[in-house]
Design a protein. Structure first.
Length: 179
């Protein structure tokens, strides 16, 4: 079930599509300038609105980033960078599998538009090809982040504590990643 909604933030009106679905968590997707908010069927209208309002600044920031990125020419990823990415991802998966005692079913590297990495409920990890141009330590952070989702499938306090236990400087790397 989809509903057209609007979010007002600092004088801007941002249209979005609210999708009610058979899910547990709340999600926001931004693709080609369109905002989609996915919520569980039984979530109250008040809680839906609170969630969107809490994420308003993030939504605006992501829309602006997307606009900047589409205005820039796509960076050509060179083969040597892709090989470096594969090696760093493989080494990081091995390293954190031993430490966290969890193993992904599949690990893929592909061009994804919505995130630097993702972890599915089926324990499949996808790493964004665009990380090939990033510093090795940043790539390692993204891999660790996704590996921690094999234990905590959310961004709770427990999740971030797990990330920090394994990478003390993750906040610095996370900042660099989004700059």
């Amino acid at each position: 079930m989809e509903e057209y909604q609007e979010l007002e933030y600092k004088g801007k009106v941002i249209p979005y599509t609210l999708v009610k679905s058979k899910i547990k968590n709340l999600y926001i997707y931004i693709k080609q300038g369109k905002v989609t908010v996915k919520v569980p069927y039984l979530l109250s209208k008040k809680r839906q609105q609170e969630f969107v309002n809490q994420k308003a600044e993030w939504i605006v920031k992501k829309l602006e980033e997307e606009k900047r990125n589409t205005n820039k020419k796509e960076e050509k990823v060179e083969e040597k960078d892709i090989e470096k990415l594969k090696k760093v991802v493989e080494n990081s998966i091995q390293k954190y599998s031993k430490i966290l005692k969890v193993y992904p079913n599949k690990v893929r590297i592909k061009d994804i538009k919505y995130a630097w990495g993702s972890c599915s409920a089926k324990k499949n990890i996808t790493i964004n090809l665009k990380l090939a141009t990033k510093d090795e330590r940043i790539i390692e952070y993204v891999v660790l982040h996704e590996m921690c989702h094999l234990i905590e499938m959310n961004h709770s306090e427990k999740f971030w504590k797990l990330v920090e236990e394994n990478m003390k400087d993750y906040k610095i790397l996370r900042k660099k990643l989004n700059n």
